[in-house]
Design a protein around this ligand. Sequence first.
Ligand code: NAD
Length: 469
Amino acid sequence: METFDALLASIAPVAGESRALVNPATGGVVGWAPVHTVEDLEGAVTAAVAAQPAWAALGHEARSAYLLKAATAVERSAEELAQLLSREQGKPLNGPNARFEVGACVAWLRAAATTPVIPETLVNDGETRAELHYRPIGVVGAIGPWNWPMMITIWQIAPALRMGNAVVVKPSEYTPLSVLALAKVLNEELPEGLLTVISGGRDVGARLAEHPAIGKIMFTGSTATGKAIIRSSAETVKRLTLELGGNDAGIVLPDADPKAIAQDLFWGAFINTGQTCAALKRLYVHEDIYDAVCEELTVVAKAMPMGDGLDENNVLGPLQNKAQYDIVANLVQAAKDAGARVLIGGDPDSSQPGYFYPTTLVADIDNSNPLVAEEQFGPALPIIRYSTIDEAIENANGLDVALGASVWSSDPTAAREVASRIQAGTVWINKHGAVDPRIPFGGAKQSGYGLEFGLEGLKHLGVPQIING
Ligand code: NAD
């Protein structure tokens, strides 16, 4: 379609206040975003309320056709979108990063469009005929984070639209351009008023969460904000899907092959430079193979280039913002102060521009160290030694958050047995964080509730209704 400059110009504010977004790799200005207010939000909600009934009346088949066209529009603009995402978020074009993220948007849109939603007959015994239907909710509010801004927006809006709802999106104030550009491309195909992005701050998010015309909030972000949304949505008894913070454990059993698993362990932890909700954030390794796993992971880590996202060679980038950089730096410092052994990294070069924190592996660290107990959300992985599987499972289950987890073993039966004892929304075996549009995903404990993806995910964007006759 259009060039990158044309895409950026098409989302630039035409009136009102605007705000510069800078590239976290260079400090250079990427573009300008509107500063939307609570009044702008009112306008978007009014438009959504007006557009929704006709959209709902189209039915599944016609809505799916729209979404498939929207997916093709994203595919057409994929390179321009990836360029913008890389500049604003910092993630490299290559590796499991910007181009991968835009590709995932297309895949999840198509999955949401093509998954059949058929009313279920619950009882049909000659006397009673009871059916379960899913009706549109109305207008859905989508509030997202800055780590995977395009993909997570699609995760929220594609099922919402498919199920007959209109959507108002409140992107993270760190990455509004990516979401504005994505919506611009989607809106080339969608009816007017159905999908609006309000590029505002926390006040706008808070208003969206309490707004009487919003029937549901899809929220992805921190556990603290999730709790604030529960509170502000209480008055109107909104439906909520909450995908919150995590601190995923991986457990490597003694029979695993360190060399064979090193690459997948690395990407499980360092995808998007560690800024991923369901990334591997604490690695528990049996003492028999502890040194070998540390060694193989260090070999892989050394080979992964980090730098400006627009350089085609890089597969790791900067932290997206200074606040996140400080969290990672302070946690690694706490580990060093406690006497943990840094295998690689841990020593940022502050003379360089950008929020780059080097790929860091920390061994011989205590389970109670803050780098283990708190979510680092960046490129620093603690590796904890264990002796018995009971000890590893107890430590893995020892936190209030429980999004994902993984078990690494050459024996699938043993791995499944361990998986069944782990408290987490998803337990992967010999991989970590591998989400799939066909497979539901959601958190346990304070990592949230509600499911996304697959038929279950679509059902969460509808109101169940029983017809009993
Ligand atoms: P955040 O909670 O700071 O912000 C997320 C969004 O909430 C932003 O758009 C923000 O403006 C908005 N917001 C802030 N206060 C609000 C309020 N009171 N009411 C309504 N909206 C409000 O999160 P973040 O720092 O952008 O993202 C990082 C966190 O997100 C990490 O903890 C990470 O684990 C989590 N995350 C979870 C998933 C998942 O699927 N479970 C995915 C990605 C990120």
